[in-house]
Design a protein around this ligand. Structure first.
Ligand code: SF4
Ligand code: SF4
Length: 102
């Protein structure tokens, strides 16, 4: 009798990296605001030198994350760094690993 050997695809070995199966892990990082993209004032934190970052709340997430959907509520006005953070990139996988373990 021949026992069929199942081919293990890469997707079966490691879960696919998608924002939809994430918990907005990258939205817990410090996000420096480098350019004016129209981030609403109440989401901005200022340091003593006037530097601007996205405000983070006590739960660790950026204040612009919708706590129910984990979506960005200011998507059209999100900072440059958020626009350039690539899903599936090394940094993305690193954050997921640290927070979700996947
Ligand atoms: S870019 Fe990466 S870390 Fe950020 S929400 Fe999407 S999958 Fe998660
Ligand atoms: S501005 Fe939006 S995309 Fe950027 S960290 Fe905050 S919630 Fe995430």
């Amino acid at each position: 009798m021949t026992i069929p050997i199942k081919n293990i695809t890469q997707e079966e070995q490691e879960p696919e990296v998608l924002c939809s199966n994430c918990e907005a892990c990258c939205c817990r990082l410090e996000v420096v605001i480098l350019t004016d993209t129209g981030v609403p004032e109440h989401h901005i934190a200022y340091d003593q030198w006037g530097g601007e970052t996205m405000l983070r709340l006590d739960d660790g997430w950026c204040s612009a994350v919708d706590r129910e959907t984990l979506m960005c509520t200011i998507y059209e006005n999100r900072p440059l760094i958020c626009r350039e953070f690539e899903m599936g990139s090394y940094e993305c996988r690193d954050e997921r690993e640290a927070i979700l373990g996947k």
